[in-house]
Design a protein around this ligand. Sequence first.
Ligand SMILES: *Cc1c(COP(=O)(O)O)cnc(C)c1O
Length: 412
Amino acid sequence: MNQTIKTGYYGDWGGAFIPEVLYETFRELNIAFKEAKADPAFRQEYLSLMGTYSCRPTPLTHAENLSSHFGGAQFYIKREDLNHTGAHKANNVMGQGLLVKRMGKKRVIAETGAGQHGVATATMAAKMGFDCTIYMGEEDIMRQRPNVFWMEKMGATVVSVTSGTKTLKDAINEAFRDWVTNMEDTHYVLGTVCGPHPFPEMVAWFQSIIGQEARKQILNQFGKLPSRVYACVGGGSNAMGIFQGFLQDRTVELIGVEAGGKGINSGHHASRLTGKDASAGVAQGYKTMFLQNDDGQMRDTHSVAAGLDYVGVSPILADLWQKGLVRFSSATDKEVMEALDLTMKREGLIPALESSHAFVQAFKEAGELGSDEALIINMSGRGDKDIFTIAHAFDDPSWKEFIRKKGAEYAA
Ligand SMILES: *Cc1c(COP(=O)(O)O)cnc(C)c1O
C-alpha cells in the first residue's frame, strides 16, 4: 500500500495510498465524481431524493430552555437526528448510491463498526436495487445484534470478520480485499470523510448540505450568523458537513469535539487532535493524525460513543486544525452522560451519545456569550440506539429488572 498519487492533499494531510490494482478504479471514481459535481442536475436529483426519502431540510430548533438555563447564548440545534435511519449518515450513503447508479455498477460493499453505517448502506442498496455486502468484526456483530438484524432484513449479506481484533479496522481491511477482487461491478461506500482521495472530498461534498441549510435557517430564524458552531468528531463527516456552511464567515468560530473517553490522559480515549498520544502517520490509504504507538501500531481507542471510537481523523480537519481554522476540544464519557441528561430533561430531545459530545462543549461555553448571540449544535443523530448504554450508565434498577424478565421470556 505504498504507491502515492500526488492529488487530494489538504496541506500535509490526505493523499491516496492505494495498491496499484486499484488505480484504475480510483481514476474512474475521480472522473465520475468530478462530472457529477459539475452537473447541476445531479445535485438536484440528490436534493430531491433527500427531501422525499429522508427528512431534508432538517429543522433548526431553538432550544429556549437550555438558553435560559445557561443564561448566555441562544441555543439552536441542527436536527440531523430526523434523517432516515436516525443520523447524518443518510446524506453520505444516498449521495454515493446515486453516483454508483451513474457509474453503472450493481454492487456495494461497506465496513461498519457500531453498525449505523451498515444499516444506512443497506437501506440505500435496497432502495436502489444493488447487491450489498457489509463487513463487520465478529466482536461488533455480537455487540450490535439489532443493527445486524436490520441489515439482513433489508437484504444485505453481513460478513463476520474474524481476523485481528475482530473489530472495525479489520473490517476495513476485509472490505478493501473484496474491492480489489470485485472492482469491476462493485463500489466501496466509505462511511466518513477519511480514507484515500477522493473519499474525503466526496463525502464532505454530500454532507455540506447540513451547513448550507443551517446557514440559511439561522439567518431566517435569528436574523444573523451564530457566534459559534459545535460538532462532534469521529471520522469528521457531520462536523465537516456543518462547518462548510460557515468556513467563509470569519466571525463564526468552529469547534470540533473529540471523544475524551475516560480522560485525555488515561490512555482510554479517541482524541487524535487534542490528545498527546497521537502522531502523523499513513494508514488505511491516507495520511492523518493517528492514535498509534512508536512502532506505528494502531492503539486501542475508547469512547462510550461507538461512532467516535476510531484511530484516525479526517485529513481535511487535520489541515483546518493545523491552520487554526477549527478549534478542538474533548468531552469525557461522564460529561457526555450529564449533558444528555440535561438535554432530555430540559428540551425533550434525545441526542446520540456521539452528538452529546458537542452539547458538552457548548454547555461549558454558552455563558461566555451574550443573549443576543447564537450558537449552533449539530445534533448528528438520535439516541434511541444507545438505550442500553444509557440505562446502564444511569444504573436504572427497574430497567435491569425489565431486561432480566425479558431475557427469561425470550429464552423460554
Ligand atoms: C457515525 C456517527 C458519528 C461519527 O461520524 P462522523 O464522521 O465523525 O460524523 C457521529 N454521530 C452519529 C450520530 C453517528 O452515527
